[in-house]
Design a binder for this molecule. Structure first.
Ligand code: PRX
Length: 643
């Protein structure tokens, strides 16, 4: 049952309040969202029309006729609403003594100055700016600076390789890249600028590269192209104020690349008015953010969770958002709880993989600190298994705190299915119910709605303001990926069921996407990286259950004729994938295979490969269409030899 304490002041205080909001949002979605945006967002010009949409030839337009600026909403208006001296961002660097606090006034000034730096470099409304940065305040500052001048940011997670960065910059033709000398991680300094340099050898669109000095390691600078952040910001002609652009509601705010089941990562496009309204709205509904709260989302801003729930959602509401540069286990597994105590964190949002990793270290680490300031706990990225849920609830939540298990995706912009902490009775392992404005359903492969407890495809039948508006440069892919299979519905790619109480139980991806530690990896992407290696003739990648990561990457590799199998080659292939995509894509297991299970038409039977990877030795289902059924026993033998 939801806690009673905190209920009176909660944005949504009980079940009846949720039901009323939900009913209203379904009966009159346009009225509902118009009201919501008026409450949460300051428009320069009010929108004239709530919504225009078509899910067949997909086109979704929210709040047309309105103009606004995201940085204005996240900063300027808080200078006059009593929050000027409030902490907007509390930054905890990896070394404990590295703390920076930005009040709204301070953040405003930094953002305005950097917006002027970008303008000086010739960045104009609509231009793309790539950000390849560690978790340092300059990342949030650069995002907001882009939004101020109407430039589109494209953030590339700093754990991605030079090649991944290059592909993403090439796809969106960014004009400027902002990066840093290095990333500090678990006590080590990992140079970042060399990756940027390597990427930029193939990016003619990039005219300038701004470098933040984080670690002070020695790095080469390219004359005429590269300059230091601190020099640019200190230049005499950089003023403290930069007039915010008046953006149309449907102007692009950012692009974020994410993996799909086929081909290269796609640039998910999010726009201005709807996205801001939706992230702010869900910030209230799901995290019940209030003015005195210290809120901490442990994600990296390089992923959608950080975009929506470290930067845009919290700052739009004038909240205090904690940003952490380090990792949960360094210098010791109590790092998170030590930070919770140090800053009196009230709302804490993390991922099941983190919980499982900390669980393994033992409960004593949670007991070393006073974490009684915590009020709400959150989870995102994958289904949270009951064991991790209980551990989180008992040891971090002292057996009392609600855990909001939030289901959403890069494409959805914000949370779609989640409990509201004071209004929803929880069931461990269920993301509970659809949020107001979200028409979620489960359908069979023909698109027919299924009844209680029947597993099927999770779809959304009406637009919500935070949804993606396109795939950058590829309208066909936008249509076929999300609207192609079930006419008139958004297809999430996840499998789920709804129980008799209307609670959603998300099972995981139904396509060839693997979820490693809450990060989406496309199998096709990893396969194409592997086959690019001269020793590899063919590769098939599947997910394998993993205790901490949820899933890990299992690769079957067929070598070219004259190449010998060896341990060294396995190491080399792993390093190869790290370099092609990034460390998160590096396979946990590589099994050499003389042949792969293919149907007579040449299609790889992945379901068989998934079972073998999971250690299942029988029950392969119908294998009568296999061209060579003997392949299965060879693969089983190969796996046995591996372990
Ligand atoms: O399979 C779902 C899983 O993560 C996918 C989205 O990944 P990404 O776009 O990287 O965004 C992750 C953070 C929003 C979904 O298709 N997923 C995310 N949250 C949950 C989840 N699965 C179950 N329960 C969740 N709470």
């Amino acid at each position: 049952m939801p806690p009673t304490e905190g209920r009176e002041t909660a944005w949504v205080g009980d079940k009846a309040a949720y039901q009323e909001l939900y009913r209203r949002s379904m009966e009159d979605p346009e009225g509902f969202w118009m009201e919501r945006t008026r409450e949460l967002v300051s428009w320069f010009k009010e929108p004239e029309k709530a919504l225009e949409w078509d899910f067949h030839n997909p086109s979704i337009k929210w709040f047309q006729g309105g103009t606004l600026n995201v940085s204005y909403n996240c900063l300027d208006r808080h200078l006059t609403d009593g929050r000027r001296n409030k902490a907007a961002i509390i930054w905890q660097g990896e070394p404990d003594e590295d703390v920076r606090v930005y009040t709204y006034q301070m953040l405003f000034t930094e953002v305005n100055r950097f917006a002027n730096v970008l303008r000086k470099m010739g960045v104009k409304r609509g231009d793309r700016v790539a950000l390849y940065l560690p978790m340092i305040p300059e990342l949030a500052i650069a995002m907001l600076a882009c939004s101020r001048i109407g430039a589109t940011h494209s953030i590339v997670f700093a754990g991605f390789s030079a090649m991944s960065l290059q592909n993403r910059i090439q796809d969106c033709e960014a004009k400027v890249l902002v990066t840093a000398d290095a990333v500090l991680r678990a006590g080590r300094t990992i140079a970042l600028k060399p990756n940027a340099d390597e990427a930029l050898t193939g990016c003619p669109s990039v005219e300038r590269c701004v470098v933040v000095r984080r670690a002070g390691n020695d790095i080469p600078m390219v004359e005429g192209r590269d300059s230091w952040w601190h020099d640019e910001m200190a230049a005499d002609d950089i003023r403290h104020f930069c007039e915010p652009e008046h953006m149309e509601a449907e102007d692009t705010l950012f692009i974020l690349y994410t993996s799909g089941s086929t081909g290269k990562p796609k640039g998910v496009v999010h726009t201005t008015g709807g996205y801001l309204t939706y992230t702010a709205s869900t910030m209230q509904y799901v995290f019940d953010m209030h003015d005195n709260d210290v809120y901490w989302c442990t994600a990296d801003i390089g992923w959608i969770t950080g975009h929506s729930y470290i930067v845009y959602g919290p700052l739009c509401l004038g909240g205090t958002s904690l940003m952490f540069e380090g990792v949960p286990s360094y210098p010791a597994p109590d790092r998170f709880w030590q930070i919770v105590e140090k800053f009196g964190v009230n709302i804490f949002y993390t991922a099941p993989t983190v919980i499982r990793a900390l669980m393994r270290e033992g409960v004593e680490w949670t007991q070393k600190h006073d974490i009684s300031s915590l009020r709400i706990l959150g989870s995102v990225g994958e289904p949270i298994n009951p064991e991790a849920w209980m551990w989180y609830h008992q040891n971090v939540g002292k057996g009392q705190l609600p855990i909001v298990d939030t289901w959403w995706q890069t494409e959805t912009g914000g949370i779609l299915i989640s409990a509201m902490p004071y209004a929803t009775a929880l069931k461990p392992g269920s993301a509970t119910r659809a949020l107001p404005g979200v028409d979620a359903a489960i359908v069979d492969s023909e698109g027919r709605e299924l009844g209680p407890n029947e597993g099927g495809h999770l779809v959304i039948r009406k637009p919500w303001p935070g949804m993606l508006r396109g795939v950058f440069g590829d309208p066909e892919r936008f249509k076929s990926t999300y609207f192609g299979r079930f006419p008139g519905m958004y297809e999430s790619g996840d499998g789920a069921r709804v129980d008799e109480d209307g609670y959603f139980w998300v099972m995981g991806r139904l396509d060839d996407v693997i979820n490693v530690s809450g990060h989406r990896m496309g199998t096709a992407e990893i396969e194409s990286a592997l086959v690019a290696h001269p020793a590899v003739a063919e590769a098939a990648v599947v997910g394998m259950p993993h205790d901490i990561k949820g899933e890990s990457i299992y690769a079957y590799v067929t070598l070219t004729a004259d190449v010998e199998e060896s341990k060294e080659l396995i190491g080399e292939l792993r390093a190869w994938v790290r370099k092609e995509i990034g460390p998160i894509a590096s396979p946990e297991v590589i099994q050499f295979a003389d042949g792969l299970p293919k149907t007579r038409s040449g299609k790889i039977m992945r379901r068989v490969l998934r079972k073998i990877a999971a250690g299942i030795t029988d029950e392969f289902g119908d294998t009568s269409t296999l061209a060579d059924p003997g392949v299965i026993s060879d693969l089983l033998d190969g796996r046995r030899d591996l372990l």
